[in-house]
Structures are given as structure tokens and as C-alpha cells.
Design a protein around this ligand. Sequence first.
Ligand SMILES: C[S@@+](CC[C@H](N)C(=O)[O-])C[C@H]1O[C@@H](n2cnc3c(N)ncnc32)[C@H](O)[C@@H]1O
Length: 230
Amino acid sequence: MINANEQRVCPVENAGSLDNVFRKWLQNPEKILRPYIQPGMSVMDFGCGPGFFTMEMAQMVGEGGKVFAVDLQEGMLQKLKEKIRLTELENRIQPHQCKESGIGVSESLDFVLAFYVVHEVPDQEAFFHELKSIVQPGGKVLVAEPPFHVSKKVFHKCLQKARKAGFNVEKGPSVVLSKTALLSTDQYACSKKEKQDNSSNQSIIYHESAVQYESDMKKNFIINMNKCVV
Ligand SMILES: C[S@@+](CC[C@H](N)C(=O)[O-])C[C@H]1O[C@@H](n2cnc3c(N)ncnc32)[C@H](O)[C@@H]1O
């Protein structure tokens, strides 16, 4: 498959090389993702391929969590669907075929993995903007790119696009055969939401982040008060 930039997209016939025991030994999904995923989270494996990382992500979020497994190619998603069919992970993983022009997931996410995929995305600026709109304040995105396909200069340019979209960019974890970066959004970033006020039938705009901030402050206050009483 060739994308809008006339670049080759990883073919479905290569799925086997992405999903095998040898790779697990080099790039252990549990070890790589452990610092970022907690039970109950909503996460996304963008460009999931046959689901090498998706399966572990579903184990990590547990019964109360959700994994959006997003890929451009139905053939890749088919491989994943075959693996999870009739297993307990089927309820936690939502496969989604996206378009080149957009991800098309509107859920608010705690964490996104974009492993070996961003260099295949034709409009990275639009991609990071859309990602920014679905990652929760305080959420994180782990980007990993293959070192031979993606030069230092190209990776740097890609991260500049992420910054432009409003992400904080820092050095990612050390992963074999990868260039990595960790993107994050500010915990109390201004995310405005419109809400219907039923009493006055008016639409009011409130700052979701301000509500979150107030709630965090209340929690800290109660914890500190309890410490004083004890
Ligand atoms: C090299 S594979 C990596 C798969 C997986 N992340 C892994 O590490 O095993 C790249 C995957 O990204 C998908 N892909 C390419 N362009 C995409 C796009 N614009 N949106 C979503 N997925 C895309 C391909 O179909 C392919 O499954």
C-alpha cells in the first residue's frame, strides 16, 4: 500500500515480522509500557499492526480499562481480531480502521502508543493536532521510530510538529532499535467545554481543567486534614 505522500505503508504480509517471540525478547511490551499504563485507563495503540503491543496493553488496563487498536489497514486489524476472538481481551480491545486523513476516535485518552508508525503518516501536523484534542490533560504519548528509516534530523522535525500542536516533548525511554520521545499535555491545560444549564436553558462555557484543579486541591486538603487529626 502507498500513502498520500507516495511512501510505502508496512504491508500486511510483514505482520509476522512484527509479532514474534524474538521481538518480544528485544522489545518487551510490558517493560516498555509499565511506567505509563495503569488499570482502568483508556489507551490507544495507534498503527497497531497485528497487535504486538495491543495485547499487553489490554492486560495492563485490566477489566475496567479500554484499548483502542487503530490501524489504516483492515488486513492488520483482521490479524488482531483473530488473536483476541473468544478471549477475555475481546471486550477490552476496540479495533478501529482509521483513514489517512484522520484517526476518528473521539474518546478522551490517558495514554497513546505510536510505535514505528509516525513516519508512515502523510500529514504529521494534522495527526499531532488531532491527537492533542483526544489526549486528556496530564496524558502521555510514547512515540518510537525505527532508527534506520528515520534519521535524527527527520525525527527532530517530527517532534517539532508535536510541539507546534501543543505537546510538551521530552526524551523517551531507551528502547532497542528505536528513537523515542515522550509527549505530554499539561495537567491543568485549558480545555473548555460547553455545558447545558438546565435551569436557565442557556449554554455555559466552563474550564474543565479548572474543575479538575479544584477537585485535586480538595482531595489534597482532605488528605492533609486527616494526617493532622491522626
Ligand atoms: C511498521 S508497522 C508497526 C505496527 C505496530 N505499531 C508494531 O510496532 O508492531 C506500521 C503500522 O502502521 C499502520 N499505518 C500506517 N500509516 C497509518 C496511518 N496513517 N494511520 C494509522 N495507521 C497507519 C500500518 O498499517 C502498519 O500496521
